[in-house]
Design a protein around this ligand. Sequence first.
Ligand SMILES: [Zn+2]
Length: 327
Amino acid sequence: MEYLVAPDIWWDGRLRTGEALRCDGAVTPVPLADVPAGAPRRDFPGTLLPGLVDAHVHATLVDPATLRAGGIAAVWDLGGVLEQVAALAARPFPGLPVMRFAGPFLIAPGGYPSDRAWAPPGSWRELHSAAEATEAVAVARAAGATLIKTTAPLPPPATTAALVSAAHAAGLQVVVHADDSRGVAATLDADADLLAHTPWTDRLDAGLVRACAARQRWISTLDIHGWGEPTASLVTAVANLRLFREYGGDVRYGTDLGNGPLPPAVNPREIRALQAAGLTPDAVLTAMTETDLTEISWIPGGLELDPPHFADSVATARVLDAEVRPR
Ligand SMILES: [Zn+2]
């Protein structure tokens, strides 16, 4: 049992003062007055908050230790060579983020990303039958995967149905890369749980977005469009995400790190794009955090929640290590 104490703690959707974090396997905010005299405690300047999560990376294509040094406590790997990703997820040396992962892209024959130079052999697997889909889920699960990744156009219906039902039977969530209306509609028919990106090719109609908001979570990846330069696809994606939010959809912060010139750190451009889609600073932090993670992030200079300064403030986050003792 240890207490972490700071002037501010951002937790569960809001900034709190006069509280501490009690760490006893789980992490729970408690009133400062409840911290027993003489209890083990560490005091920090600034703001403590749940570990920040990037829900779309390709960890074997970047240096994950650099990413963690840049403030990201945990990642979801959405496509890589299963053995390599599983080995990283075992955290064989200190300084790596917590990882959950999907293993290889499980795709239709000839499907995305088998035609892409950045996708190495073994990072995708073509499914030729329902039996292969079921077997591929079992292989990924045995290696520790908690997600299954596939791409639109999806494999033939019987294959996709086998893939999704095997994943769901094993408690794995299905994440789909789908960028346009047709692909997104297919993900609903397939009962997919998450989209790996905010769709960007066309403006989705309201009925489609409303159905997605009721049944899916979307991972943002807005900054893949232009990497800071305005583009038509960014405008389309921001509009789709805004509508998804208006229908109550749950957004996860994700960057697609490993694919294009993205900073291996908290990405303030992704945060600003989320704000452009209508998320408040508290909503952005909710999209960047998970309730069941015991990692803690820390903003030494203090979190700034005023919208113009918010993104740059979050970008100064560090991941708390057991040995950090600033005072
Ligand atoms: Zn990706």
